[in-house]
Design a protein around this ligand. Structure first.
Ligand code: GLN
Length: 494
């Protein structure tokens, strides 16, 4: 029974609670046991079982009283990037040692306000910088998937930066998880673990109380086991927040209602620039399969061109570090977390930052301060911003031509080995984001949905990119793919 409970989708939990088939306390107990038994995955950096049990009791009463809220009794994992009042919040960094915020992020406040509870904080790349969850101060997260359907012993990465979120969802260590995406950190980990992830339109979800990486790109979203679960979660997470000046005052639709709308009358663009050199044949084949699934559901497939795609990755790796270097200036040993003393205040800053930040974060700060420096601002930062406008225009042009959504592969490969890319050059790692960064640069909603397994029996995902604030089209299309491809879960070995 216990393992069965943790295997249920959010939608199934909601139905089961309504029918009184089981209670939130039983479900939380099952999850707490599952989390305890999965230390080998290193998905959680802090757990809050007592709070989850207390919340579950309160949810039980609400369900009995007939006053259940949309996420009543749903146990979630929360990425360590979200400020949670009184609970460990360190963005998986040493520099935030011991930081427990006295405020709650808007995203978590909304989820908890809708009845969800928290099992704990999830591991991630330090300050959300990475594609493999290997830059965490707490060490790498291990993907619950293994090659050969579990026959290999080699540890794989769960993607990043939301690697704790993707691993925990795939391994049934929470019913769903919060995540964030600055250049692909929801979609790439979802693709690597056979889970569903959506980065909504920039402005859809409040950034208030989420540790900032690159403010013009950062967006929160859910990672879940099914398209429907992602829709349920996003509905609670999204919405206007006066505390975030970039938050959009646009009504949030019932995303769940979009599921099952099918693809009749929809025009799906297939961008030729995503057919990159050296792309494995399996990815190409998966993409073709996805096209067939959408066409079978009534979509019209249209070849399109997004000519500036090839500049997106280099431009992203200027804009994101520039904003990061500015955002991370606040970690100085005075206000938060770690302080390493020095002979004066300047050396205290230096000592704290030298000891508190990991290598990747330091690299980004150095690139960022360089491209923003007086002599290089025009040549790098300003030019990257211009490229960003061109990328955005490419999308605007195809949408003006009547394209409703765009289908691409989510990643150029399936999950790679722990250590495999981090030991190569950072550029190799950055290339992982080749299909995902464009949506962040243009502020568009984008979703990853599992669509099949590769020859190593590892999950592969497809990406759907939509028009601004039209996440519903993505949910409808993703459900078509899920219906055709099925859902995927790893064989338990941990
Ligand atoms: N992998 C990308 C980076 O390292 C994206 C990270 C993210 O989306 N947070 O910047």
């Amino acid at each position: 029974m216990t393992a069965e409970l943790t295997g249920l989708s959010i939608a199934a939990l909601r139905d089961g609670y309504a029918k009184k088939s089981f209670s939130p306390v039983e479900v939380v107990d099952a999850y707490v046991a599952a989390v305890d038994g999965a230390k080998a995955l290193n998905a959680y950096v802090a757990t809050t079982p007592d709070r989850a049990r207390a919340d579950a009791k309160a949810s039980e009463e609400r369900i009995s009283a007939g006053t259940a809220r949309p996420l009543e009794g749903i146990p979630l994992g929360i990425k360590d990037l979200f400020a949670t009042e009184g609970v460990h919040t360190q963005a998986a960094s040493h520099i935030l040692d011991g930081f427990k915020p006295f405020y709650e992020s808007t995203i978590t406040a909304r989820l908890f306000g809708d009845g969800a509870t928290m099992l704990g904080k999830l591991n991630m790349d330090e300050f959300a910088m990475g594609s493999s969850n290997e830059t965490s101060f707490y060490g790498p997260v291990v993907n619950p998937w293994r090659a050969g359907g579990g026959s290999s012993n080699a540890a794989l990465v769960p993607g990043g930066s939301s690697g704790g979120s993707s691993a925990a969802v795939a391994a049934n260590l929470c019913a769903g998880a919060t995540a964030t995406d600055t250049g692909g950190s929801i979609r790439q980990p979802a693709a690597f673990t056979g889970t569903v992830g959506i980065k909504p339109t920039y402005g859809r979800c409040s950034r208030w109380g989420t540790v900032a990486f690159a403010s013009s790109l950062d967006q929160a979203g859910p990672i879940a086991r099914t398209v429907r679960d992602a829709a349920i979660m996003l509905r609670s997470m999204a919405g206007f927040d006066p505390k975030d000046s970039t938050s959009a005052d646009i009504p949030v639709p019932d995303y769940e209602a979009a599921i099952g709308r099918g693809m009749k009358g929809k025009r799906i663009g297939i961008p030729k620039e995503y057919r990159v050199d050296g792309m494995p044949e399996e990815i190409e084949a998966l993409w073709a399969k996805g096209r067939a699934m959408l066409a079978d559901a009534g979509a019209e497939l249209v070849d399109i061109s997004l000519p500036h795609t090839k500049y997106a990755l280099p431009a992203y790796y200027i804009v994101a570090p520039a904003e990061a270097s500015s955002n991370l200036a606040r970690y100085d040993g005075v206000r938060y977390g770690l302080r390493v003393p020095g002979r004066d205040v300047i050396s205290m800053y230096e000592n704290t930052r030298a000891a508190g930040f990991g290598t990747e974060v330091k690299r980004r700060i150095m690139i960022g301060t360089y491209v923003l420096s007086a002599g290089y601002y025009d040549a790098y930062y300003l030019r990257a911003q211009k490229v960003r406008t061109l990328i955005k225009r490419d999308f605007e042009t195809v949408f003006a031509d009547g394209i409703d959504a765009i289908l691409t592969p989510a990643t150029p490969s399936s999950a790679f080995g722990v250590g495999e890319m981090s030991k190569a050059s950072p550029i190799e790692m950055y290339l992982n984001d080749i299909f995902t960064v464009t949506a962040n640069m243009a502020g568009l909603p984008a979703m990853a949905v599992p669509a099949g397994l590769d020859g190593r029996q590892l999950p592969l995902g497809l990406q759907l990119i939509g028009r601004p604030f039209e996440e519903e089209t993505l949910f409808a299309a993703a459900q078509v793919i899920e219906d055709a491809a099925g859902t995927f879960s790893p064989k338990r070995w941990w």
